[in-house]
Design a binder for this molecule. Structure first.
Ligand code: ADP
Ligand code: ZN
Ligand code: ZN
Length: 683
C-alpha cells in the first residue's frame, strides 16, 4: 500500500498528489503528515490510499510524522471539489479545512446521574448545583459522590471558548405559520425559508436543529458575522448548551482549536459560525442552516474564492443533509432554485412598518425636514447611511484638483476625527491638506456627507445619545457588542451607521428607521446593484416597529420612482424577485448563466492588458459562452488591472477553460509580472 499525499504548498504549479510509502503510524484519507519534498519539508494531506505506485518502491519515501488530529474524509473530498469548482489548487483548498494548530487538552468532567441524592450534606448539595462541570479542586469530594452513584466522572476535551452571552432560553408556542413551515422542512432536502423580518425564523431553525439531533445527526448553522448577530448565537447556546461549538475568527487560536476538536470528537454536535464554519468537522451531518442567506459576507475573497452557500449546498448533497437558506430578502438565485417555505407575518401579528419615500432632488443638507422632525419625535431610531467618513471627497475650488489615493485611482475620504484623508480600498492615509499643493489655494471644498459628519450633525440637533456603528468604530475588540448592548439598554437614542446597522438586530423599542441616500448602491455598475439596494432598505425597515409601539420608516432618495425602491417601500420581496428574475433572464445573468471573472494585474498597464487579451482569446469559443472584455478596472494598490468576464451556460467547461487559459498565460515569461485572479460567481 502507498499513500497519495497532496503537499500544502502555495506554488500553483505543484499539484499532486504524490506517492509516499506508508509510515509506521497508521494513516488514512484525511491524515495530516509531514513529508520530505525535494529538499524541503512540507505539511501534506493524505487524499487517497492505493495498492501500488508507478514510482519504483526503492524511490518512495515515507512521511516523517503524522499529526494526532486528522480531517474527516468527507472534508478532504469537499476541498478537492472546491479546488476544481473555484479554479484553485488542492493545496489552497485543503488549507482552509485543516485542523487548527495546537494540542487537544482534556480535563475531568463531572455530571450528576440524577440518582439517589437523599442523604447529602449542605456542601454536597451546593457542589451538585454547579454541575455538570469540570471537577477542578473538588475532585476528592466528587470522587466520594461518584462512589455512591450520584455523579459520573470522565475525561473530556477542555473548552476555552467563552459563551457569546448567556441569554435565558424562552420556550415559545409556535405560531401556525411556524408549525406549517416546520412540517414542510421536516421532509428534508433543500428549502428557502422566506420569512419577513420578525417572523420567527430562528425558532424554526432551533426546532429543525433539535429534530436533527434527535435523529443522531449533526448540524451546521452559518451566520453572517458573529459580532453583528450575537442574538442568533446566544439563542442556540441557550437552547443547546455545550452541544454548540462556536467557530469564529475573533476566538483565540486555542479557543478555536478546542471548539474544532469538540466537534471532531463528537462532544459538540452543532457548529455555529460565519462562512468558514461550512468546513466544521461535524460527523453524520443532518442539517445546514444558512441564516440571512442574502448576506454578501458568505463569499470569500481569498483564493479559493468560494461561496459558502454553494459549498453548503454541495456538502448537503454529498452527506444527504437537509439545507435551509433563510432570509427576509432572499437572493434571486435561491428564489429560483429552491422550493419556498414562507413565514409571511411577524410572530406578534403586527404589520410591517409603513415606509415613506422622500424625494431629495433639490434638497439642501443631508436630512429632509420630515426626517428631522421624525428623529426629534422618536425616542429610539436606527439611521442607515452606507458611507463612512466625514465627506466623500475634497476638491480645490481654484484649480479643480481632486485628492486621490497615490496607489489607487479613487478619491480619498476625509476622516475628520483622526485628521486624515483615507483610501477605503488600500488603507493609505495622509494628513488633511491645509491648502492645495497644486496651486496653493486655501479654498479646499468638502463634498458629500458620511456617517462621521452625520453623527456630528445629529449630536448637535438631538438631545439623545447618538451611537455610530461602522468599520471605523467597530475596529476595536468588543466594540460592536458593546455598542449594540449600549443601544439596547438606553431608553432613547439613535443608532447610526453603514449596512452594519441593517443586520438581524432585534430591538423591540425602535420605532423609527431611516435610510439616507437609498439609491447610492443602485448607482454601482454591477448587476447585483438592484438586489443589494432592495435588501438594504427592506432589512433596515425590518429593524423598526418590532414592539408594541409600532413604527415607521423614511427612505430618502434621489431616485424616488425607481422600481427597486418602490418595491422595498411596499415590503414586496416577491414582486421585486419576479421583476429581477425577468431582467436577469433577459440579460443572461445568474441564475440563468454563470459568471467567471479573471482579473489580470501588474505594475504596468501593457502586460496586464496583454494577459487579459490572451485569456479572453483562449476562452472565446468555449461552448455556450460569451466573453466580455478585456475591460480596464481602476488601479488598485499600485497595480493596473484588466478584467475578462465570461458568461456561460456550461459552467464546468468555462471554469476549466478559464483555468487553463490562466495557467498558459502564467507560463509565458513575457507576462511574468502579471498576477491572475480567477473568481467564479463573482459578487
Ligand atoms: P426573524 O429572524 O424572522 O427576524 P426572530 O427569530 O428574531 O425573527 O424572532 C423575532 C422575535 O420573536 C424574537 O424575539 C423571538 O424570540 C420571538 N418569537 C419567535 N417565535 C415566537 C413565537 N412562536 N411566539 C412568541 N415569540 C416568538
Ligand atoms: Zn488648486
Ligand atoms: Zn488606495
Amino acid at each position: 500500500m502507498i499513500a497519495k499525499v497532496e503537499p500544502l504548498t502555495t506554488t500553483r504549479r505543484l499539484t499532486g498528489p504524490f506517492d509516499y510509502a506508508l509510515p509506521e503510524e497508521p494513516v488514512d484519507v484525511g491524515s495530516v503528515v509531514r513529508i520530505p519534498f525535494g529538499r524541503q519539508r512540507l505539511d501534506g494531506v493524505v487524499v487517497g490510499l492505493a495498492e501500488r505506485s508507478e514510482v519504483p518502491a526503492e524511490r518512495l519515501v515515507a512521511p516523517t510524522a503524522v499529526r494526532d488530529e486528522s480531517l474527516p474524509p468527507d472534508l478532504v473530498e469537499l476541498a478537492l471539489w472546491m479546488a476544481a469548482e473555484y479554479c484553485s489548487t488542492p493545496a489552497r483548498a485543503l488549507s482552509l479545512v485543516l485542523p487548527p494548530p495546537g494540542r487537544a487538552r482534556t480535563e475531568l468532567w463531572a455530571a450528576p446521574t440524577g440518582g439517589a441524592n437523599g442523604k447529602l450534606t449542605e456542601r454536597q448539595r451546593a457542589l451538585l448545583e454547579r454541575l455538570p462541570g469540570p471537577t477542578g479542586r473538588d475532585l476528592p469530594a466528587l470522587r466520594r459522590l461518584e462512589a455512591r452513584g450520584v455523579v459520573t466522572i470522565a475525561p473530556r476535551l477542555r473548552r476555552r471558548a467563552p459563551r457569546v452571552n448567556v441569554a435565558a432560553d424562552r420556550p415559545v408556542e409556535l405560531t401556525a405559520a411556524q408549525a406549517a413551515a416546520l412540517d414542510a422542512l421536516r421532509s428534508g432536502g433543500s428549502h428557502l425559508l422566506h420569512g419577513v423580518t420578525g417572523s420567527g425564523k430562528t425558532e424554526v431553525y432551533l426546532r429543525t436543529a433539535a429534530a436533527a439531533l434527535e435523529r443522531g445527526r449533526g448540524v451546521i448553522v452559518l451566520v453572517p458575522e458573529i459580532a453583528l448577530t450575537p442574538q442568533t448565537v446566544a439563542r442556540f447556546q441557550a437552547r443547546f448548551g455545550d452541544t454548540v461549538a462556536l467557530l469564529h475568527s475573533a476566538l483565540s487560536e486555542g479557543e478555536r482549536s478546542d471548539e474544532w476538536r469538540r466537534l471532531r470528537a463528537g462532544e459538540a454536535r452543532i457548529a455555529v459560525g460565519p462562512r468558514s464554519a461550512v468546513f466544521a468537522p461535524v460527523a453524520d451531518l443532518g442539517l445546514i442552516v444558512i441564516d440571512e442567506e442574502h448576506d454578501p459576507s458568505y463569499k470569500h475573497e481569498g483564493d479559493p474564492r468560494y461561496d459558502a452557500r454553494r459549498v453548503a449546498a454541495e456538502r448537503a448533497r454529498r452527506t444527504g443533509a437537509a439545507l435551509i437558506a433563510g432570509s427576509a430578502t432572499p437572493r434571486p438565485e435561491s428564489w429560483h432554485a429552491l422550493p419556498h417555505v414562507g413565514l409571511p407575518e411577524r410572530v406578534d401579528g403586527r404589520a410591517l412598518p409603513p415606509v415613506r419615500v422622500l424625494d431629495m432632488r433639490g434638497a439642501n443638507g443631508p436630512l429632509h425636514p420630515l426626517t428631522r422632525r421624525a428623529l426629534a419625535a422618536a425616542p429610539k431610531s436606527i439611521v442607515l447611511l452606507n458611507r463612512r467618513g466625514w465627506s466623500n471627497f475634497l476638491t480645490c475650488r481654484s484649480c479643480g484638483k481632486v485628492w486621490e489615493c497615490p496607489q489607487c485611482d479613487v478619491a480619498l475620504v476625509l476622516h475628520r476625527g483622526e485628521g486624515t484623508l483615507a483610501c477605503h480600498h488600500c488603507g493609505h492615509r495622509e494628513r488633511v491638506p491645509q491648502r492645495c499643493d497644486a496651486c496653493g489655494s486655501l479654498a479646499v471644498a468638502r463634498h458629500g456627507a458620511g456617517t462621521e459628519r452625520l453623527e456630528a450633525e445629529l449630536r448637535e440637533t438631538l438631545d439623545v445619545p447618538v451611537l455610530r456603528l461602522d468599520a471605523d468604530t467597530a475596529a476595536a475588540k468588543d466594540a460592536v457588542p458593546d455598542l449594540l448592548a449600549r443601544f439596547d439598554a438606553a431608553p432613547a437614542g439613535v443608532l447610526l451607521g453603514t449596512q452594519m446597522v441593517a443586520k438581524g438586530h432585534d430591538f423591540p423599542d425602535v420605532t423609527l428607521g431611516v435610510v439616507l441616500d437609498a439609491d447610492a448602491t443602485l448607482r454601482f455598475p454591477d448587476f447585483r446593484a438592484e438586489e443589494r439596494t432592495f435588501a438594504l432598505i427592506a432589512q433596515l425597515a425590518g429593524r423598526a416597529g418590532r414592539g408594541p409601539g409600532g413604527g415607521r420608516v423614511l427612505v430618502q432618495t434621489m431616485a424616488p420612482e425607481a422600481d427597486t425602491i418602490a418595491a422595498a417601500a411596499r415590503h414586496d420581496a416577491e414582486g421585486f424577485l419576479a421583476g429581477e428574475l425577468e431582467r436577469r433572464r433577459a440579460l443572461h445573468y445568474p441564475p440563468f448563466a454563470d459568471l467567471v471573472r479573471v482579473v489580470c494585474s501588474a505594475q504596468d498597464g501593457a502586460p496586464a492588458r496583454d494577459a487579459a487579451a490572451r485569456v479572453a482569446a483562449a476562452v472565446d469559443g468555449a461552448p455556450a459562452t460569451e466573453v466580455l472584455g478585456p475591460a480596464p478596472l481602476f488601479r488598485l494598490r499600485g497595480r493596473e488591472r484588466f478584467q475578462v468576464v465570461v458568461k456561460t451556460g456550461e459552467r464546468a467547461a468555462a471554469v476549466a477553460a478559464a483555468g487553463a487559459a490562466v495557467d498558459a498565460a502564467a507560463r509565458d515569461r513575457a507576462l511574468r509580472d502579471v498576477a491572475f485572479a480567477v473568481d467564479v460567481d463573482p459578487q
